[in-house]
Design a protein around this ligand. Structure first.
Ligand code: NAD
Ligand code: MG
Length: 395
């Protein structure tokens, strides 16, 4: 067994911390080359002391100075800063494996850098695939990179498909992909109360502990919408073959429905260390620290159809995917801006969907031929979203 040499992009976040938990259980398998974190320098310093990476990357010179001070003069960790350094540690020749766990569009460049360098790419940063789907998958193919999904639903689908499904899901006899969703904290909140929900309420997810952006996305079910688009690109499957099913217990992480009536599913306790360990050791299996699923304790598994009136963001994501081209890029950028505005108190919870819908209406979809076109569409959508947020905030 050859040791995997890892760069963890977004090491200080929820996925980053879970990844290092798995790494720490298997010092014989994994070696850390680089850890990155935008802020939370204290946590990054502790991680550097424990895992002794060659490099640490932070946002800017101030954070770099802060981290160097915390690490002290004897430390062998070289502290870098800025977006170019992120790309560099993702593509460095020594690195075999990259965990892409930066949140949002900020993670696109370094995820792509890893793909371009032909790495084993463990992709948590779903926004990269949503905003640049076709361009991203072309890079993966051309560079012969290995793309393994970390998102629990996509990891479950990957586990439920036959090996070598790359030759096409139709040829594998797949009828549909069924993405499960918890429904988030507002599944049963009376509709008329949704507008008054606070960031703290939105971030209190019933089953998973996650970063704030994805927590808000889970509350609006935009997260599931982004995941529908993510599945479209990861598995090459059209929108009308991807079904979303609410499953509040979050025990079945997703399913594949075959022509012969068989449904394959992956089950487990809701703990991201399972998909992380799966992707890190694939095709082997290693201990992740997650205990066995106790189905008697779970008792029963329940399911319901998602209500698109309650969750307009899910409808908008399907629409963006059907429109194609820059549609998903626009959706993702407008959503990032709207979520940030919700978290800082400028707009209400129900206005997140309003911002996204207005921006999708303002900007007609165009074909995206290359990364430049993706970045332009992203920027244009952010500008449009900023204007919509300002007009809503003025009331
Ligand atoms: P988080 O907010 O906890 O962590 C985000 C990480 O990205 C941090 O290390 C932060 O420092 C870094 N970061 C933020 N902005 C940055 C920037 N501009 N430049 C460089 N680094 C930056 O988020 P998370 O919950 O760990 O989620 C990370 C990604 O994984 C997201 O794309 C999310 O959708 C996806 N994901 C998360 C979970 C989960 O359970 N947390 C599950 C599935 C998918
Ligand atoms: Mg998910």
């Amino acid at each position: 067994m050859q040791k995997q040499v890892l760069t963890i992009l977004g090491a200080t976040g929820s996925i980053g911390v879970s990844t290092l938990d798995v790494v720490g259980r298997h010092p014989d398998r994994f070696e850390v080359f680089a850890l990155t974190g935008n802020s939370r320098i204290q946590i990054l310093a502790e991680q550097c002391r424990r895992f002794e990476p060659r490099y640490a990357v932070v946002a800017g010179p101030d954070e770099a100075r802060g981290l160097r001070e915390l690490l002290g003069a004897q430390s062998t960790v070289e502290v870098l800063h800025g977006a170019v350094a992120l790309d560099d540690v993702a593509a460095a020749p020594e690195v075999t494996t990259v965990m892409a766990a930066i949140v949002g569009a900020a993670g696109l460049s370094s995820s792509l850098a890893a793909a371009r360098a032909g790495k084993r790419l463990l992709l948590a940063n779903k926004e990269a695939l949503v905003m640049a789907g076709e361009v991203f998958m072309d890079v993966v193919r051309d560079a012969d990179a290995t793309l393994l999904p970390i998102d629990s639903e996509h990891n479950a689908i990957f586990q439920s498909l036959p090996p070598g499904f790359d030759y096409g899901l139709h040829a594998c006899g797949v009828r549909r992909i069924i993405l499960t969703a918890s429904g988030g904290p507002f599944r049963q909140t009376p509709l008329e109360q949704l507008a008054a929900m606070t960031p703290e309420q939105a971030c209190a997810h019933p089953n998973w502990v996650m970063g704030r952006k994805i927590s808000v996305d889970s509350a609006s079910m935009m997260n599931k919408g982004l995941e529908v688009i993510e599945a479209r690109w990861l598995f090459g499957v059209e929108a009308d073959r991807i079904k979303v099913l609410i499953h509040p217990e979050s025990v079945i992480h997703s399913m594949v429905d075959y022509n012969d009536g068989s449904v394959m599913a992956q089950l487990g306790n809701p703990d991201m260390r399972t998909p992380i360990a799966h992707a890190m050791s694939y095709p082997e299996r290693i201990d992740s620290g997650v205990s066995s699923l106790d189905l008697c304790r779970v008792g029963k598994l329940t399911f319901e159809e998602p209500d698109l009136q309650r969750f307009p963001c899910l409808r908008l994501a399907y629409e963006a995917l059907r429109i194609g081209g820059s549609g998903p890029t626009t959706l993702n950028a407008a959503n990032e801006l709207a979520v940030a505005a919700f978290l800082d108190g400028s707009v209400r919870f129900d206005q997140i969907a309003q911002v996204v819908e207005a921006v999708l209406e303002n900007l007609p979809a165009q074909r995206l031929s290359d990364l430049r076109a993706v970045m332009d569409a992203d920027e244009e959508a952010r500008m449009s979203a900023r204007a919509v947020v300002q007009s809503l905030a003025r009331g």
